[in-house]
Design a protein around this ligand. Structure first.
Ligand code: PRP
Ligand code: URA
Length: 209
């Protein structure tokens, strides 16, 4: 079974509370999304392999450790996942970025895919799939399947909020995908929104409502 890493860092929880508050405006919401993504990226990349290289410091010869192994790709699920990309790129500026377009049908709550543009060598990369919200889990599970169909073997899912149902759905469909989540909320309302949640992440990031 995959691992679920629930972030309990005070900085993440503080910024998440700001995002939950309905009084928080677009600018602050966007900034908090970017900042939490950066902090979570730090946690989600703890297991990156290192190799030793030889360097000269101003004082002496030294063995130094640098990141090695497979290259990374970040894949945001459109739209809301876009809000997390810049914070992650601040830590890993050389990562490639792919895009998956999925929206959730408001009646059936099933994901509908409308866009897919991935780095040509995506199958050789480790992927961090990003979306602030994993509600029913349908969009995340479908996105993971799209990546696997393109040959991707190592995927981590990073989200800000989820629910027990959302986590279970993703784990049942993809028990090889570790999940990094800032908080797991109580559940879903009758429209499939996370409660207490933070509302519609895409609308709050882009100011569309
Ligand atoms: C939101 C969110 C996820 C999805 C989660 O996207 O960003 O992609 O819903 O719901 P699920 O876990 O029940 O599938 P939305 O469909 O609102 O599209 P948007 O990002 O373009 O607003
Ligand atoms: N998508 C969102 O943006 N928010 C939710 O609570 C559920 C799905």
């Amino acid at each position: 079974m995959s691992k679920v890493h629930v972030m309990n860092h005070p900085l993440i929880l503080h910024k998440l509370s700001l995002m939950r508050d309905c009084q928080t405006g677009v600018k602050e919401f966007r900034e908090a999304t970017r900042e939490i993504a950066m902090l979570m990226c730090y946690e989600a990349t703890r297991d990156l392999p290192l190799k030793t290289i030889q360097i000269e410091t101003p004082l002496a010869h030294a063995s130094a450790r640098v990141i090695s192994g497979k290259k990374l790709a970040f894949v945001p699920i459109l739209r809301a996942g876009l809000g997390m990309v810049d914070g992650m790129l601040e830590l890993i500026p050389n990562a490639k970025v792919g895009h998956l377009g999925l929206y959730r049908d408001p009646e059936t709550l099933k994901p509908v895919d409308y866009y897919c543009k991935l780095p040509v060598d995506i199958a050789e990369r480790d992927v961090i799939l990003i979306d602030p919200m994993v509600a029913t889990g349908g969009s995340a599970a479908a996105a993971i399947q799209m990546l696997k169909d393109k040959g991707v073997k190592h995927i981590k899912l990073m989200c800000l909020l989820s629910t027990p149902t959302g986590i279970e759905t993703v784990q049942k469909a993809h028990d090889d995908v570790d999940i990094f989540v800032a908080a797991i909320d109580e559940g879903l309302n009758e429209h499939g929104y996370i409660v207490p949640g933070l509302g519609d992440a895409g609308d709050r990031i882009f100011g569309t409502k």
